[in-house]
Design a protein around this ligand. Structure first.
Ligand SMILES: O=C(O)[C@@H](CO)OP(=O)(O)O
Ligand SMILES: [Mg+2]
Length: 403
């Protein structure tokens, strides 16, 4: 029933107005799945390779589609994904493009679910997946590679850890986002938004901390449950390998690795941060380990550019005690199978998985299902904006058993 009988690939628009790859997968019994690849701006050096969509589509049509159509079963995700790897023939999907690979992989999963008549999260996670839902991390202020002339730290993330339901959590993040806008206006910094819908004011990080801290406490008082906040420092983007320093350009501050570790540890203390992503350079496992040693019992230290959803890199991190959490982005590694394997390895070793969007997104909702299917404690997918709310609203529907 789930034998793949057709795969169509096309270029569609992403949220930045760039082209990306969309895949349709059809099965023998009429099952249908459609998925689109997201795209990063602050990409890790060790990510699978995204090719220009026209090239990725041509290469996938030549190498992957003939091996899948009439040969593979959409219900057998591992088979589909291993055929994608074999068809590509490289370690990093540089032949067919990780964008074609991930679009086909996710579309096949949806086609498999469609044949079964099950929601995607249930097809991926099974009946005994558990009953937890992820806490959404909502980007409310940001800069770095996602907005010009804004904060050095890439993302300030509301984290409604005490929310009684997904719906309450999603609305709390939107309320923090709105409160931040009021505070910015009061302080004379009316602002536009960055790529992920976060406010991108022309202020330094110190002021952003004050504003987000205040916004979070105000909304926390209103809703009556605990809301913390966290960061994606995206430190690899500010690291200068020649001088071995982290360059905070808007504040005019330069920190060496020791100073960076102390700075982050102090922020964790001062603001009771619940989450810190990529606080150090993507090559510096030792510094990650030192920071984890210092504050890893109080907060999540998450590796995004450090691990790039790659089990080999995660094994290195586990061996050295670097970080205690991993960001999971299917397009960083190319297939759903690889993403699942990374989550499983993380869970077995006490690392929390945080399922994540990219700064360039589409209406695709696969990551909402992936987070629920794998019982991930967190999902990072913005706070507002159509391509972000597509995932957040899908989470609400999943919790309401309405997908
Ligand atoms: O760094 C990140 O975590 C992501 C998503 O927030 O950004 P990008 O997709 O640009 O890599
Ligand atoms: Mg990141």
């Amino acid at each position: 029933m789930t034998l793949i009988t057709d795969i169509r690939l096309r270029r569609i628009l992403d949220s930045r107005g760039n082209p990306t790859v969309e895949a349709d997968v059809v099965t023998e019994s009429g099952g249908f799945g459609r998925a689109a690849a997201p795209s990063g701006a602050s990409t890790g050096e060790y990510e699978a390779v995204e090719r220009p969509p026209t090239e990725a589509i041509a290469a996938a049509r030549e190498h992957a589609v003939p091996r899948l159509v009439g040969e593979a079963y959409a219900g057998n995700q591992r088979e589909v994904d291993s055929i994608l790897r074999a068809a590509d023939g490289t370690d990093d999907f540089s032949e067919i493009g990780a964008n074609s690979a991930v679009a086909i992989s996710m579309a096949a999963a949806k086609a498999g679910a469609d044949v079964l008549g099950a929601p995607l999260f249930q097809h991926l996670g099974g009946t005994f997946r558990g009953e937890n839902f992820p806490t959404p991390l909502g980007n409310v202020v940001g800069g770095g590679e996602h907005a010009a002339d804004a904060t050095d730290i890439q993302e300030f993330l509301a984290a409604p850890v005490g929310a009684p339901s997904v719906e309450d959590a999603v609305f709390a993040n939107a309320a923090v986002h709105a409160e931040v806008a009021d505070l910015l206006e009061e302080r004379g910094h009316p602002s536009g938004k960055g790529d992920e819908g976060a406010w991108a004011p022309s202020i330094d990080d110190a002021e952003a901390f004050e504003i987000v801290d205040e916004a979070v406490s105000t909304v926390q008082d209103e809703v009556g449950f605990n809301i913390g906040f966290g960061l994606d420092v995206a430190a690899a983007e500010m690291y200068d390998a020649d001088s071995e320093t982290y360059e905070y350009e808007s504040a005019g501050i330069s920190r060496d690795t020791e100073e960076q570790i102390e700075y982050i540890a102090d922020l964790v203390e001062e603001y009771d941060l619940v989450y810190v992503e990529d606080p150090l350079d993507e090559d510096d496992y030792d510094a990650f380990a030192d920071l984890t040693d210092e504050v890893g019992d109080q907060t999540l230290i998450c590796g995004d550019d450090l691990f790039v959803t790659n089990t080999d890199r995660l094994v290195d991190g586990i061996d050295r005690g670097a970080a205690n959490s991993i960001l999971i982005k299917p397009n960083q590694i190319g297939t759903l199978t690889d993403a699942f394997d990374a989550i499983e390895l993380a869970t077995q070793n006490g690392y929390d998985s945080v399922i994540s969007h990219r700064s360039g997104e589409t209406e695709d909702t696969t990551i909402a299902h992936l987070a629920v299917a794998t019982d991930a404690p967190f999902i990072k997918t913005g706070a507002v904006g159509g391509e972000r709310t597509a995932k957040l609203n899908e989470l609400i529907r999943i919790a309401d058993d309405a997908t």
